[in-house]
Ligand binder design. Structure first.
Ligand code: F6R
Length: 369
């Protein structure tokens, strides 16, 4: 049942191009418009939404952090993303015009379920983004957009994460489409580019051997840091989470702009630091700032592991290890940038003799608060 792979996680990493394609299937029509009628929230209601709140845990929360950037950019509706376990304990401000999005692979996560129940009690509408048909979270929501990752068996989430991103992009673009925004042309372009993204993920998977070799060479390290900005920041957090749960290493993700406010004190000789570099074409200011960050940490002895778009030459002089990813629209980059981090964590876990599919102390679905 592992399809020839040693671990479910490896199989599930390899299934990501298909999972992404399946989650797009039937949701883009021949004229390049999104058709999300299945969500069954009338366009008139979506036009009235004045705030979006995303609740989720762990990896799904990282997808939610990226979704926030996409929703705010393409719809101009204020959006916040909150850890489901924190949400209802702070008396959040919700009403009939709030759209709450609950993201959950299993559909059974108790923290997320309690958050959505609280939201509905306050009159908010809840849309579930979920991978498990008929599970509790979609049953208790007003609407659901299913991710089509197929069953995810490994405890560490991989293909579910990529499909959560795809589903969230679809929601963001659909909201933009229904409401009409100044980004109409960009929305059309991005919908087209989404159709190519499965092939891009496939290309990343074909180039992972150096990443595996690098991971093995770091098996006796204690700490790995991850830096990113904008959509690269949640990717950094996700890379660190994967490493904690699988390799049992100390791993921290930081927003690169925060370096000088504290974390740079951690940099020491030969400390591996993974840096997710934004596209030089999109937000080029951010790109240039990250390149300076890489210079700064390298000057202090860090071993820099740089994930950068193909053709981005500015990073070359400062990268001890360079991992190339295909060029994508800025907001879609996490779909390709996360994959090397999954492979990295999986290989490090194997090199350290850990049980990849069943990390210690963790359960696949967390049904207690
Ligand atoms: C990390 C991981 C967890 C889950 C989290 C939420 O690899 O798998 O962090 O993402 O427990 O689970 P779901 O998505 O089922 O609500």
């Amino acid at each position: 049942e592992k399809g020839g792979y040693d671990y479910f996680m490896l199989k599930e990493i390899a299934e990501q191009p298909k999972a992404v394609a399946d989650t797009l299937l039937g949701r883009i029509d021949a004229s390049g418009l999104l058709t999300l009628d299945e969500v069954r929230i009338p366009a008139s209601v979506l036009r009235e939404v004045d705030k979006v709140v995303i609740v989720a845990c762990g990896t799904a929360y990282h997808a939610g952090m990226i979704a926030k950037l996409a929703i705010e950019h393409w719809t101009r509706i204020p959006c916040e993303t909150e850890l489901a376990s924190e949400f209802r304990y702070r008396d959040p401000i919700l009403d009939q015009r709030t759209l709450v999005i609950a993201i959950s692979q299993s559909g059974e996560t108790m923290d997320t379920l309690m958050a959505l129940r609280h939201a509905r009690e306050q009159g908010a509408r809840v849309l579930a983004v979920c991978n498990t048909n008929g599970s509790t979270i979609p049953r208790e929501s007003d609407a659901v957009l299913y991710t089509h990752a197929g069953p995810e068996v490994a405890v560490a989430s991989t293909k579910a994460f990529l499909t959560q991103l795809v589903a969230c992009y679809l929601v963001a673009l659909y909201l933009g489409q229904v409401r009409g925004t100044k980004w109409g042309d960009e929305i059309e372009t991005v919908i087209r580019e989404l159709s190519d993204i499965a092939a891009a993920v496939d290309r990343v998977l074909e180039t992972m051997e150096p990443v595996r070799a690098l991971a093995r060479s770091l098996a006796d390290k204690d700490t790995v840091l991850f830096l990113g900005r904008h959509v690269g920041y949640p990717v950094a957090l996700e890379g660190a989470l994967k490493l904690k749960e699988l390799a049992y290493m100390h791993a921290e993700g930081f927003a690169a702009g925060e370096l000088k406010h504290g974390p740079i004190a951690l940099i020491e000789e030969d400390l591996p630091v993974v840096v997710v570099v934004p596209s030089p074409r999109g937000r080029s200011v951010l790109h240039d700032k990250i390149v300076s960050n890489i210079q700064e940490i390298r000057a202090r002895g860090a071993r820099t592991i740089v994930i950068a778009e193909e053709g981005d030459d500015a990073v070359v002089p400062y990268a001890d290890h360079l991992i190339r990813i295909p060029a994508t629209p800025t907001l879609l980059q996490p779909l390709v940038a996360t994959v090397p981090l999954q492979v990295f964590a999986c290989e490090l876990a194997t090199a350290r003799g850990n049980e990849v599919d069943q990390p210690r102390n963790l359960a696949k679905s967390v049904t207690v608060e």
